[in-house]
Design a protein around this ligand. Structure first.
Ligand SMILES: [Mg+2]
Length: 232
């Protein structure tokens, strides 16, 4: 199997519909603060920095257990809830509930083409792998979506400590895949997926119709990914 032709997939916004943390934070309020009048748009400015993937140049091996990872985010979520009016004590209590909301598999919705395309690629001799900037529980989510039989391995930054576009994230994926000669990256982020892969010499496809003038390969859906990689 070593060196078998490989496609490295991003997860969020690529294989599943974009899962917004804002909605998870609002769902905590729906459960614990019924009748609240906070809209998810109010949370948006406070979530623009604070996640590990906002600092891809900083590896975080010390957060590589689920407990450490979620504990490290609690002060951040606490500040977000404080920013929309909750006192420190209440905000801290709400912050502790985000994990349960965000790790609920029901939050993750596959795109219609994900399973058919991964199945087709596997049938055609491609190895599908996942490389994601995500929480430590991502492999459990992948399993609950019944993707496991189609995926060789799933690397999440919440376990590895490396956020794309950190070169080490790509090196780990390549190394685990046996340094395949024929390898592609496919993802919806022009920087962390496409640029990050290209800098490491991996051709990359920007998926789901994301607009970016610089991207060499673009695919409006995952079926177009098959076309691109099998034509090269
Ligand atoms: Mg993505």
């Amino acid at each position: 199997m070593t060196g078998q032709k490989t496609i490295i997939w991003d997860f969020d916004g690529t294989l599943v519909q974009f899962t917004s943390w804002r909605y998870a934070l609002i769902d905590v309020l729906n459960e614990f603060e019924p009748g609240h009048d906070i809209d998810h748009e109010q949370l948006r400015p406070f979530l623009r920095s604070g996640f590990p993937w906002h600092k891809p140049e900083e590896p975080h091996f010390h957060l590589s257990t689920p407990e450490a990872w979620w504990d490290s985010l609690e002060p951040f979520f606490t500040r977000v809830y404080q920013s929309v009016g909750f006192n420190m004590e209440r905000a801290a209590l709400l912050a502790r509930q985000v994990r349960k909301q965000m790790t609920n598999p029901k939050r993750f919705i596959l795109f219609e083409d994900t399973i058919p395309v991964l199945t087709e690629l596997k049938k055609n001799g491609w190895r599908n792998v996942i490389l994601s900037n995500h929480m430590p529980e991502l492999p459990d989510i992948v399993r609950s979506l019944e993707l496991t039989p189609l995926i060789e391995f799933c690397l999440t930054s919440g376990v590895t400590g490396y956020e794309k576009p950190n070169p080490q994230a790509f090196h780990m994926a390549l190394s685990l895949a046996g340094d395949p000669k024929n390898v592609w990256m496919a993802g919806d982020n022009p920087i962390s997926d496409v640029k990050g892969a290209e800098i490491q010499g991996i051709p990359a496809i920007l998926v789901r119709g994301q607009k970016n003038e610089e991207a060499k390969y673009k695919a409006k859906d995952l079926w177009e990914v098959i076309k691109i990689i099998e034509e090269q």
